[in-house]
Design a protein around this ligand. Structure first.
Ligand code: SF4
Ligand code: SF4
Length: 375
C-alpha cells in the first residue's frame, strides 16, 4: 500500500476569511489528480474546514467514484458530544453527509489529557467498536495529542484499538512538549499500526528560516521542503500512512511525485533534518500548526492562529518594514475578529489546543507588538 493520504482539513477556499467557502471545482481536480496517481486514502472530520470537509468529500469524491476505489477515515469529535446518546445520531449523520454506508477507519478524535476523560465518560471507545460490530466501520482507532504516559494508559485500557494516529514530524520528534518519538515508541511497543498527521506541522516545515532552507537546498535543489518532511515520517518503521493536508494542485503534484515511488531517508539525511530542526527552533516563537481547534469556541472570536502566524513571521525577519507589513495584516484581521487584547482569559482555547500552547500568554505578546507599537 502506498503511504500518502489526502487530509481533507486545509482545502482551498474562495474566501480566506471564511474557510467554509470550499472551492469545490479545484478540490475535484485535486482529488482526480490524487486518484489518477494511484493513491486513494482520504481523512476527514466533522470540524475540518469550518464543518465543510465532509460536505466537500461527498461532492468531490464519494459522489464521483465507486466506493471500492477509495479508503475513507472519519472521526468522532468530543466537542460535539454532550451525552452518550448523542454519539449514534452524530455518527449516522456523518455517514449521510459523506454519502457512504461505512467508513474504512473510524477514530476517536484528538485524545489527550483534555478530551480522554469525556470519551471514557460517554463510553466512546465502546461505541466505535459497536459501530464496527454492526458493519458501519471496518477498523477502529484514535488520534492522539497527549503524553506518552496517557497513550500507554489508553492502549492498555482499550486493546481492541487497531491503530493510532500520531503527530510526527522532524521538528516535534524530540520536542519536550510534544514528545513525538516517545509516543511513536509506545505505539510500536503495543504493535499498533501508525498513521501520521501533521508531517509538515501545518505548513511550518515549508516556511523555513533562510538558513534552514539553505541547508536542505544545498543537498538537493530540486527536492521540495515538504518532501523532506513527509519522507521523514514515512521512513519510520511501522508507519502505514502519512496524511498531508493539501491545499493546491501543485501540492498534490509535488506530494504524489515523491510518494509514489517512495525512497526512505538514509541516516545522513535524518541527521541533516536534526540540524534543520535546531535552526527552526531558534527562529520560531509560537509552535502553532494552524489546526484551528482553538477558534470554534472562543467567545471573543479571536483569530488566534492567524495572529500567531503573523507574529512568527514578524519575529523570523525582525525589521521595521516587515513589522509594518505584518501590522497591516493584523489590522485587517482584527476588523472582523476580536483583538488579541480582547481575550477574557476563559481558557477554552487552551483546552482545545493539541500543541499545548499557552495561548493566553502568547496573545499578550501579540497585543504588545501589534497594538502598542508605533512605527
Ligand atoms: S482565553 Fe481568550 S482566546 Fe482563549 S477562548 Fe477565551 S477569550 Fe478566546
Ligand atoms: S493555537 Fe493550538 S489549537 Fe489553535 S490553531 Fe494553533 S495549534 Fe491549533
Amino acid at each position: 500500500m502506498k503511504k500518502l493520504g489526502f487530509g481533507f482539513m486545509r482545502l482551498p477556499v474562495h474566501d480566506e476569511e471564511n474557510r467554509a467557502t470550499v472551492n469545490m471545482e479545484l478540490t475535484k481536480n485535486m482529488v482526480d489528480l490524487f486518484m489518477k496517481s494511484g493513491l486513494n486514502y482520504f481523512d476527514t472530520a466533522h470540524r475540518y474546514n469550518d464543518e465543510m470537509s465532509e460536505v466537500a468529500l461527498k461532492q468531490t469524491l464519494t459522489d464521483r467514484y465507486d466506493r471500492n476505489t477509495y479508503i475513507l477515515a472519519n472521526k468522532i469529535t468530543m466537542n460535539y458530544i454532550k451525552s452518550e446518546q448523542d454519539q449514534e445520531p452524530f455518527f449516522h449523520n456523518q455517514l449521510k453527509t459523506c454519502g457512504v454506508s461505512y467508513f474504512d477507519n473510524y477514530l476517536v478524535h484528538n485524545m489527550g489529557e483534555a478530551f480522554y476523560p469525556l470519551a471514557c465518560k460517554y463510553h466512546t471507545f465502546e461505541f466505535i467498536r459497536k459501530m464496527k460490530e454492526q458493519g458501519y466501520v471496518r477498523h477502529v482507532g484514535f488520534s492522539f495529542h497527549g503524553s506518552p504516559e496517557l497513550l500507554e494508559e489508553i492502549l492498555q485500557k482499550y486493546p481492541q484499538m487497531e491503530y493510532v494516529q500520531l503527530q510526527i514530524n522532524y521538528l516535534d520528534w524530540n520536542d519536550p512538549a510534544i514528545r513525538a518519538r516517545e509516543c511513536y515508541e509506545i505505539a510500536k511497543k503495543y504493535q499498533k499500526k501508525i498513521i501520521v498527521m501533521e508531517p509538515v506541522k501545518g505548513g511550518t516545515l515549508v516556511n523555513l528560516p533562510q538558513k534552514a532552507k539553505e541547508l536542505l537546498h544545498k543537498e538537493d535543489e530540486d527536492l521540495s521542503l515538504a518532501s523532506w518532511a513527509i519522507r521523514f515520517a514515512a521512513s519510520l518503521e511501522g508507519v502505514e500512512m502519512v496524511l498531508s493536508g493539501m491545499s493546491t494542485l501543485d501540492q498534490v503534484l509535488d506530494n504524489t511525485s515523491f510518494m509514489n515511488n517512495f525512497v526512505p531517508l538514509n541516516t545522513y539525511e535524518i541527521e541533516l533534518l536534526e540540524k534543520v530542526a535546531d535552526v527552526i527552533r531558534e527562529n520560531t516563537e509560537i509552535g502553532c500548526t494552524n489546526c484551528r481547534y482553538c477558534t470554534t469556541e472562543c467567545p471573543k472570536n479571536i483569530a488566534i492562529p492567524d495572529y500567531f502566524a503573523i507574529y512568527n513571521n514578524m519575529k523570523r525577519l525582525e525589521n521595521n518594514s516587515y513589522l509594518r507589513n505584518q501590522m497591516v495584516y493584523y489590522n485587517n484581521l482584527s476588523m472582523k475578529h476580536g483583538k488579541a487584547s480582547e481575550c477574557i482569559k476563559c481558557g477554552i482555547c487552551e483546552k482545545n489546543c493539541p500543541q499545548k500552547i499557552e495561548i493566553r500568554e502568547k496573545l499578550k505578546l501579540v497585543a504588545d507588538v501589534f497594538e502598542k507599537t508605533i512605527i
